[in-house]
Write a protein that binds this ligand. Sequence first.
Ligand code: ADP
Ligand code: MG
Length: 265
Amino acid sequence: MGVKVEVRNLSFSFGSIKALRGVSLDAYEGQVTCLLGPNGSGKTTLLKCVMGLLSPYNGSIRVGGREVSEMDRREAARLMAYVPQIHRAVFPFSSLSVVLLGRTPWISEISGPGEEDIRRAEEVMEELGISHLAHRPYTRLSGGEMRMVLIARALVQEAPVLLMDEPTAYLDFRYQSIVMDVVRRLADSGKTVLLSLHDPNVAAAYCDRIYVLDRGTVAGVLEGSLDKGILERVYGMELAQGSVDGRTFIFPRRGASRSSHRGGS
Ligand code: ADP
Ligand code: MG
């Protein structure tokens, strides 16, 4: 059975900085729900609030009907797996050990990971095309390779809700496709996926619903197709639009950042 994420009138501040101002959204089982928006618009803050990593917040965040602020860490980890945007690795664990950390909510503290956990971790690494990284120290991987290992760690957690903060950042075209295809498959199999993306075209290709964030608020909700007007407004620049294989693509015009019509604020 799937688990729904319901965010209602969520506000969160870092001191005097209002990072989220009255955000409401729903992420449903069987769907990929996307947060799209400029740097600093609140995507990471929102995902961290849902994961229970930032508190106290105002408003309500319910996952499977339970308020996130009332969950303990183990309960949250059984419901939600999280791929952070930035991850500072300290110890030179093998990549396989880092992936195995994803099994923590299911492993007894006494016995540690069993054969089944290791098999699961190896299977997911194979599916993501990163088996060759298993015995390399995580701290010495490239940014994109680290990203893939963190995604594998989240997948072995086998939580019904997957929260991913810019999962395709640093990834080459091939790994981007592998990750987004896996994400799509997981959603189709009944998981609830809530992720942030930077590329509107990737978002449109894979996601069922896109929440466009702007300065801590929802500026619009897109379903099915992109809307050049709203993206021009939130990014404060002119965009170009074209069509390939019947799909619409939106991209910045060369030099368009100089024609910014948004003004500072
Ligand atoms: P995004 O992920 O969309 O780029 P963030 O959620 O990271 O945006 O940031 C939203 C706003 O909150 C930004 O203005 C950012 O500068 C601010 N912010 C994020 N983290 C912190 C922090 N730890 N302390 C103070 N301000 C922060
Ligand atoms: Mg971010």
